[in-house]
Design a binder for this molecule. Structure first.
Ligand SMILES: Cc1cc2nc3c(=O)[nH]c(=O)nc-3n(C[C@H](O)[C@H](O)[C@H](O)COP(=O)(O)O)c2cc1C
Length: 344
């Protein structure tokens, strides 16, 4: 019987070598859906045609309070798009990507066509692909071990692959301390926003949930018993100070804190940011490096401009990411591929 973690058992041995192109696309989507997404909403739909695939944003899965413009929703779809492309390349299919191909339908984020079927995957393609089933968001404290310069260079190369997106490391010192204060302020502000708490509570589940989306308590380090009460705590208790203290410690113990930024702040930039995010996370994962997010200042409108000013950038900060060596954590649920695919 399929359970809500069975998506993670996908294996390259299941590739339908003799199947139709539609069957192959369906297989590629099995890797796409392992991408991270805000609150694990998995806000994507893949429409499979004879020789192409359309990636749609599923705005019925939007988070109107934390993400009123669907910015993070489209970043999530971008991450799924990288997983899809990397998988196609690994199996010898060279993709041609047309971004936002429709003037009338802004849910259609990209059309992916097969350009050639004899593509030779690069070492980078192979590294990214192999990491897809192993990547997790890891919100636990990291080990004290630093990330050495050579390894960091590899991550920076992956995260600066698109000319319009860049990842900058925030060095320890004054700036990092000011950013930590903003993250803490973000935690306190979000915890006092009833609508934010109600929205989050809908997506956080007990550890033994059978739900195929949302975040089980274990992903926040909760035991089984506490996790049963988590939706209630989030919705009813003032947890801002606790979370702020926790996040301060997480930043302090993270060898790398960085900001992923885009040159502009439109849907195409969000999609490209998500594509780069996935590359960074997969490259990190391939080196045994875990990641999690401290996006709070970017999700509270009054803090967004302050953060931009603080880091003195003319780019648009999209994600705040911590990287380091962590203990292994469990995967989170995914919907079945049949739930997100439309065969046309
Ligand atoms: C655009 C985006 C924003 C996210 N923001 C946060 C965040 O602010 N805090 C957090 O703890 N996790 C955040 N996440 C991580 C998701 O909650 C996580 O990807 C999801 O629960 C699925 O779990 P997995 O990454 O382990 O597969 C974000 C992920 C994405 C793609």
């Amino acid at each position: 019987m399929r359970n809500n973690l069975s998506a993670w058992t996908v294996s390259e041995d299941h590739f339908p070598s003799f199947g139709s192109i539609k069957e192959k696309f369906k297989f590629f989507v099995r890797y796409a859906i392992l991408a991270p997404s805000g609150h694990n909403t998995q806000p994507w739909v893949f429409e499979v045609h004879e020789e192409s695939l359309n990636l749609y944003a599923d705005r019925t899965r939007a988070l109107p309070v934390i993400d009123p413009d669907d910015r993070e929703l489209i970043i999530s779809c971008g991450a799924a798009l990288t997983n899809l492309i990397v998988t196609m390349k690994y199996f010898g299919f060279e993709p041609e990507i047309i971004y936002f191909p429709s003037d009338s339908d802004n849910d259609l984020l990209a059309t992916i066509k097969v350009k050639a079927r004899d593509y030779q995957p690069t070492d980078a393609d192979k590294i990214y692909f192999k990491a897809i089933p192993n990547r997790r968001t890891n919100r636990l404290p990291f080990a004290e071990e630093i990330i050495d310069g050579i390894t960091l260079q590899k991550l920076m190369a992956a995260a600066n692959d698109d000319k319009d997106v860049r990842f900058s490391v925030v060095e320890a010192g004054g700036l990092r301390e000011e950013m930590t204060k903003m993250i803490e302020l973000g935690d306190r502000t979000q915890s006092q926003n009833k609508s934010f708490c109600r929205e989050l509570a809908q997506w956080v589940h007990p550890n033994r949930t059978s739900s195929k989306d949302g975040i089980p308590g274990y992903a926040f380090g909760m035991g089984d018993l506490i996790s049963y009460g988590s939706p209630f705590f989030i919705g009813n208790l003032n947890w801002g100070d606790i979370q702020a203290g926790r996040d301060r410690n997480l930043v302090k113990g993270s060898p790398v804190l960085g900001v992923l930024e885009s040159k502009d702040n439109k849907p195409i930039d969000w999609l490209k940011t998500g594509m780069t995010l996935s590359k960074l996370l997969l490259r990190a994962c391939s080196e045994g490096i875990a990641a999690s997010y401290l996006n709070q200042p970017l999700e509270v409108p009054e803090l967004f401009d302050k953060l931009r000013e603080l880091i003195n950038t003319n780019y648009y900060p999209q994600m705040i990411i911590r990287l380091g060596y962590g203990k292994e954590v469990k995967s989170t649920p995914r919907r079945d591929v049949e739930d997100v695919i439309k065969l046309v």
